[in-house]
Design a protein around this ligand. Structure first.
Ligand code: C2E
Ligand code: CA
Ligand code: CA
Ligand code: CA
Length: 271
């Protein structure tokens, strides 16, 4: 906090916040070493039964001192400290090993941080996860948030192209909230866009027009479309009416643990 003339004054809130972040960083380090991290999985449900089911892997961390820590808190800290690279490597590995036990057509979606891409290790990490697990590349999809398109677009698209050349799918997460322009989108090797939850929350006429426009554009550009954060039947029906390819959200299922995920998939494919 800056006082008169830009002189730093003591701010107890900021102080305790920084101290906590420091603790968090140390605890996160330990969590990676002692594997107190786990993955949960959230179903991504196809509108047409001919399309494969997907499951999104989401990181969970339960710390002895801090309790359950949200990924929205610890992912940014892991990114700042560079820990996201080994952490992301662990996620890729665990996710691929898990998916191997699922029915053949099921795709596992893994969130990837821009820091993993910029560190230069993403491609090797993906290759190694596929090799060690034996998972078919077409059963892995990586999700990168749209905000990363503020980065060096040429480097980004070269990495994504290489990932796709492996046969791995690429999705843009939080679509509609970031910086991507139509020109970027046209140049990026992307299969799927995930429309951000914030556009699905509200169902007033303006939001519906906006949703309709995004869906029409994404469809016109040849992307598969996922709607995330779908909580009610009303939202689901509206989105199905707009012709989205996949629906994800509490309406179908919250993120669930490994045992529940396997059961969930088995139940769907039984029907
Ligand atoms: P995201 O990738 O956009 O994931 C969707 C978030 O929305 C998840 O929160 C999920 O639990 C939540 N969600 C799903 N359906 C609904 C719904 O119907 N209503 C509401 N209100 N929320 C819903 P979560 O698990 O807390 O993850 C938050 C963010 O943390 C993720 O956002 C992602 O950006 C990041 N994250 C999680 N796991 C990883 C990971 O392994 N690697 C990286 N780099 N980031 C991760
Ligand atoms: Ca995601
Ligand atoms: Ca998202
Ligand atoms: Ca998000």
């Amino acid at each position: 906090k800056l006082g008169v003339g830009g002189i730093k004054v003591f701010d107890p809130h900021l102080d305790s916040f920084l101290k906590e972040r420091h603790h968090l960083r140390q605890a996160l380090h330990k969590a990676i070493e002692h594997s107190s991290l786990s993955l949960v999985f959230q179903p991504v449900v196809p509108s047409l039964r001919s399309q494969p089911y997907k499951m999104e892997a989401l990181l969970r961390w339960r710390d002895d001192e801090f309790g359950q820590v949200s990924p929205t808190v610890f992912i940014p800290i892991a990114e700042e400290s560079g820990l996201i690279v080994p952490l992301g490597r662990w996620v890729l590995h665990s996710a691929c090993v898990t998916a191997l036990d699922w029915p053949n057509k099921c795709v596992i979606c893994v969130n990837v941080s821009i820091h993993q891409i910029l560190s230069g290790s993403l491609l090797a990490d993906i290759q190694s996860a596929l090799e060690h697990s034996g998972l078919a590349p077409s059963r892995l999809e990586i999700e990168i948030t749209e905000s990363v398109f503020a980065q060096d677009i040429d480097y980004l698209s070269s990495v994504l192209r290489a990932v796709r050349d492996l046969g791995v799918r690429v999705a843009i997460d939080d679509f509609g909230t970031g910086y991507s322009s139509l020109a970027y989108l046209r140049r990026l090797p992307v299969d799927t866009v995930k429309i951000d939850r914030s556009f699905i929350n509200e169902l007033d006429l303006e939001s519906q027009k906006f949703l309709f426009s995004i869906v029409t554009m994404a469809r016109g550009l040849g992307f598969y479309i996922v709607a995330e954060g779908v909580e009610t039947r009303q939202q689901k029906d509206l989105l199905l009416g707009l012709g989205v390819d996949y629906i994800q959200g509490y309406f179908f299922s919250k993120p669930i643990d490994l045992a529940a995920s396997s059961k969930w998939l088995a139940d769907q494919l039984d029907e």
